[in-house]
Design a protein around this ligand. Structure first.
Ligand code: S3P
Length: 153
């Protein structure tokens, strides 16, 4: 039901919801290739997301996401792709593959992050989670947008 073999499976959703975790489980099960957009951007730039935000700002990071999206559309098939929490806004998302939105409440996400053995690291590497009120506002703003972009929720 998910999709024909040639199509990618693309996980979208808020920071910390478990896109990487679920993607890794699916990669193991389906033996597909796995890619992560944040990892691709870090390799392309040879620096961490946090540093990109700090040195060049969010707008620059969003440009890198668009570039990554175009590259994925053109070059990648049969893969499981996990994405950064804001990647869903790229214009060609549906052309990359079947879009699966991992849905959770904001409280559920925080609980998941706080209970993680590397909780501090998980929070520290995400600049947009530094201020929890702002993160909650971002979550509220995005919740329905994620659903609108999803083939499967
Ligand atoms: C972002 C989410 C992060 C990362 C960047 C911006 C966002 O990825 O791409 O910090 O806009 O929600 P994760 O969803 O993997 O934390």
């Amino acid at each position: 039901m998910l999709n024909p073999k040639s199509k990618n499976i693309v996980f979208i959703g808020f920071m910390g919801v478990g896109k990487g975790t679920i993607a890794r489980a699916l990669i193991k099960k389906t033996k597909r290739m796995g890619l992560d957009t944040d990892d691709l951007i870090e390799s392309m730039e040879n620096r961490k997301i946090k540093e990109i935000f700090e040195s060049d700002g969010e707008a620059y990071f969003r440009k890198l996401e668009k570039k990554t999206a175009k590259w994925l559309e053109k070059n990648v098939k049969n893969a499981v792709i996990s994405t950064g929490g804001g990647f869903f806004k790229v214009a060609n998302l549906e052309k990359i593959g079947t879009v699966v939105y991992l849905k959770s409440s904001f409280e559920g996400i925080l609980k998941r992050l706080q209970e993680h053995e590397n909780a501090e690291l998980k929070l520290a590497k995400r600049p947009l989670l530094a201020d929890l009120d702002r993160a909650q506002a971002l979550f509220d703003e995005r919740a329905s947008l994620y659903e609108a972009k999803a083939d499967i929720i």
